[in-house]
Design a protein around this ligand. Structure first.
Ligand code: 26V
Length: 831
């Protein structure tokens, strides 16, 4: 578990005690800490907890000492929050998620506690720069993308709204892979966020549960059903405090780590089989070793199902244990616990709770099923068929034989209800928990739906499509269950912390009411046309761009002109998100600039960042294309700096916090109907970028809020996409109708950007002619025209500034506080 910060861990390694201090030059010769009790506290922690002399301390030692000092204050609040929930007998929320993309925590915690200033001053008196040590904190990347980041925003908002809530997930030793770009290609490297230890976490050895796998189900003499497991591991709780805004409340993020029950098999060890003696431990630890780096296709691997059951079982056992301990009667569970399933990854929890209620609490099936449905809510985050989880039935049965029985029993009941309600054979097939077409599979989305009283989508359009497509028949059967909760983002991290310049300007202009209620940002609209305010607003943006340019100069050696438009697309690389559409338009623009250098082109910097799933061939090829396009365009003197392209490696939360405040244009260009919500779209708008986007996901609602005149919308609607697909879409026709597109595709296909391997993109381009599932060709002309409209607006800067100010003013509704308020009132029944 890395360094042990919990115990009085003292390093006695002489090298460490007397090593060369990295911050030596900034350590004042005369101690000045005496006057500041906080500085004393940090120093005291450094010496007694980290075991470092002040002169020998390295940045990571200062970071750990600072976190441990701040943590003391957090612990007090944490205990008070827990005590309060207990004495009030409050209903608790449990957010079950296989991903929590929380990023760095120190800046967040300090800002929410209102201690940034005092800690900064205390550290300065010790010769340490707070910003510098904040920067070296590891970015906790326990998630893939939007779904994981949403869980992190929700944890912060639940604490900010003073809701007693627990997040449950897995403490992966290796989170999202580190991305290196080698010669333009993505290379995946293991991520190692725990290498310097993790001073935020508390291991709770007393909170441990057995989780079983395999074996068989037997009936005992007493008539009880007994699952004789084939193998068991121990789940150990590791808790991280989640601090709410203004330090109101501190909640718990409880992540499970797997341990072997018998970590060292002494008999084997004594027999000389040293590796064999540790094999059980290795096998157990493998369970919580790595995050599945895949958000496109079901991993289809046994380990993934094991991870899902492991964390579901431990969480359900913990929730039931807490309930019984506090309230005595398991029958009151739905009154005191709301469990939210973040997508289907924890859906096996439905069967697990049933098992606990039936096999350990002796409830009848009907009663157990009512309790289960009242307790669970399920959030769907994608309609992509390849991302809808299902497990081969033989695998499910082998790993979870008791749950398999329960799935059958639940299914029998579900299909009985469906038949009674008049569902026809086709509907029955669609509703069934078992997919019978081809190899039999257990459908996790149907299980989650059946076992929940609420099923929500994450944006209005997405929810509507859920009703019309994947859940059409289940929706007909249970028309009251599907509801919408449009996503949101925490304004603490995504405005106040990442953009102090803009936050300061807003505060001096409209006061700080927006810090507690982002809808108060609307007061800014009154200043949108005020040219003095516009100038200050533009100056903040420019300063952010200068800072980003400097950072990228230092990290990747690219020179960016802060006066050019920063046009940004950062998110997971996926064909439906259409980074390729952006790149093809970039190539077309490049062509145009070369052919018409005399025209009044708007200087642009095109920034891309994002990771591709390791197995996703086309996504990785798109990364290579971005780098190839960048290499060629950036080296072309004929372009005269009018166009610059950069692919920034290793996209993560911390990088997003740097890029978003510096963006002028936000690219949200998915094929309509495919992006469930998007949350980057909200972050950019809140930081004063203009959106170019399709009517997809939350873009639709962003347009409604900021006003159609303050966003650039292009392309087909979701209905038009569906109609075109149904009517036999012919991409070749679309390409031939657009000379600009045809030329760009020909350039890419012929190796203009890949002279070292001219055929590199032949297949990718042929795919557009042959199928173009994501309809790039159909939307290309509309997109290119929208880009020229963006140019026009940029050229009239007062108009641009007014529009981006109105975006900031009107996007306050997209705070995750609003989203969580809706979950609390309408799903969880706790506000
Ligand atoms: C599926 C799988 C399949 C097995 C391997 C690992 C894995 C990981 C993730 C997923 C599903 C990802 C779904 C997802 O991230 N959806 C995104 O959710 C965001 C928050 O609601 C939303 O803003 C994005 O539009 C949506 O794509």
């Amino acid at each position: 578990m890395g360094r042990d910060f919990g115990a009085a861990a003292v390093h006695t390694d002489p090298d460490q005690l007397f090593g060369i201090p990295l911050l030596a030059s900034s350590v004042p010769a005369v101690p000045v800490a005496d006057a500041d009790p906080l500085a004393d506290a940090i120093l005291e922690t450094l010496v007694h907890r980290i075991g470092k002399d002040r002169r020998a301390a390295r940045p990571h030692d200062w970071l750990a000492a600072t976190i441990l000092t701040v943590r003391n204050d957090i612990i007090e609040k944490w205990m008070a929050s827990t005590r309060e929930a207990h004495t009030m007998g409050a209903k608790r929320v449990y957010y079950l998620s296989l991903e929590f993309l929380i990023g760095r925590l120190l800046r967040d915690a300090l800002a929410n506690l209102g201690q940034t200033g005092e800690i900064g001053r205390a550290l300065a008196s010790l010769g340490v720069d707070l910003a510098e040590i904040e920067e070296i904190e590891a970015d906790a990347a326990l998630g893939n993308g939007g779904l994981g980041r949403l869980a992190a925003c929700f944890m912060e908002s639940m604490a900010s709204l003073d809701l007693p809530a627990y997040g449950y997930g897995i403490r992966y030793v290796n989170g999202m892979f580190r991305q290196r770009i080698d010669d333009g290609f993505q290379v995946e490297l293991p991520e190692n966020w725990l290498q310097h230890g993790n001073p935020w976490e508390f291991e709770r050895r007393e909170s441990a549960y057995f989780v079983g796998f395999g074996g068989e189900v037997v009936g005992s003499e007493s008539g009880h059903i007994h699952w004789k497991v084939g193998e068991a591991v121990e789940a150990i709780a590791v808790d991280t405090p989640m601090v709410g805004w203004r330090g109101k409340r501190v909640n718990t993020l409880r992540l499970w780590t797997a341990r072997a029950i018998d970590p060292l098999q002494l008999d084997r060890f004594n027999a000389g089989d040293f590796a064999g003696a540790l094999a059980g431990q290795l096998r157990a630890e493998t369970l919580t070793r790595v995050l599945y780096p895949n958000d496109s296709t079901a991993a289809g691997q046994e380990l993934r199902l094991r991870q899902e059951y492991f964390f579901s079982s431990a969480s359900i056992q913990d929730i039931v244990r807490r309930h019984v301990q506090y309230f005595g009667d398991i029958r009151t569970l739905p009154d005191k616990a709301a469990i939210q399933l973040n997508d289907t990854h924890p859906a096996v929890s439905v069967a697990e709770l049933m098992r606990v209620l039936l096999d350990f609490h002796d409830l009848g099936f009907d009663e157990a099923w009512e309790i289960t449905k009242k307790t669970f809510g399920y959030t769907n985050h994608t309609l992509l068929p390849e991302a809808l989880e299902s497990w081969p039935l033989p695998l499910f049965e082998r790993l979870l034989p008791r749950h398999m029985q329960l799935v059958y029993a639940i299914n029998a009941r579900l299909l009985r209800e469906a038949r009674a309600a008049g569902s026809d054979d086709a509907a029955i097939k669609a509703i069934s928990l078992i997919d019978e077409g081809g190899e039999r599979r257990v459908r996790m989305a149907n299980l989650a739906f059946a076992g929940s009283h609420s099923i929500n989508g994450v944006a209005a359009l997405h929810t509507q499509l859920m009703k019309q497509t994947v859940f059409a028949d289940l929706h007909k059967l249970y028309p009251d269950r599907i509801n919408n909760k449009t996503n949101g983002i925490t304004p603490r991290r995504w405005l106040q912390q990442c953009n102090p310049g803009l936050t300061g300007l807003i505060r001096e202009t409209i006061g700080d009411a927006f810090c507690d209620d982002t809808t108060k940002l609307d007061a800014l609209a009154a200043h949108a046309d005020d040219s003095a305010f516009q100038q200050k607003f533009a100056a903040v943006k420019r300063a952010n761009k200068v800072a980003l340019a400097q950072y990228l100069k230092g990290t990747m050696g690219v020179r960016l002109d802060p006066d050019a438009m920063f046009d940004v697309q950062i998110k997971r690389i996926h064909e439906y998100k259409r980074q390729l559409l952006n790149l093809i338009e970039t190539v077309a623009l490049y062509d145009q600039i070369r052919s018409h250098p005399e025209r009044d082109w708007v200087p642009r910097v095109k920034l891309f960042a994002g990771k591709a799933a390791s197995s996703y061939h086309n996504a990785k090829l798109i990364i290579k294309l971005a780098n190839d396009v960048a290499r060629r365009i950036n080296a072309d003197p004929a372009i005269g700096g009018l166009l610059k392209v950069a692919f920034v490696p290793n996209y993560n939360v911390s990088l997003a916090e740097k890029i978003i405040p510096a963006a002028d244009l936000s690219e949200q260009i998915s094929t309509a109907g495919m992006e469930a919500s998007g949350t980057g779209n909200m972050k950019f708008a809140m930081n004063g970028a203009l959106t170019i986007g399709t009517l997809d996901g939350a873009n639709v609602e962003i347009r409604d809020h900021v006003g159609a005149e303050n966003i650039v919308i292009f392309g087909m609607t979701a209905d038009e996409v569906a109609a075109k697909r149904a009517g036999g879409y012919n991409p070749r026709e679309a390409i031939e109708a657009s000379p600009e597109l045809a030329q760009a595709l020909a350039n890419i296909a012929s190796g203009v950007f890949s002279p070292d391997d001219p055929d590199r993109y032949k297949g990718l381009m042929a795919g557009l002619y042959d199928g173009d599932w994501f309809m790039l060709a159909a939307d290309f002309d509309s997109y290119a025209a929208a880009q020229r409209e963006v140019d026009r607006r940029w050229s009239s800067r007062p108009e641009w500034n007014a529009a981006t100010i109105r975006n900031v003013a009107r996007v306050g509704w997209f705070s995750s506080d609003r989203t969580i308020g809706e979950y609390a009132r309408e799903i969880w029944g706790i506000m």
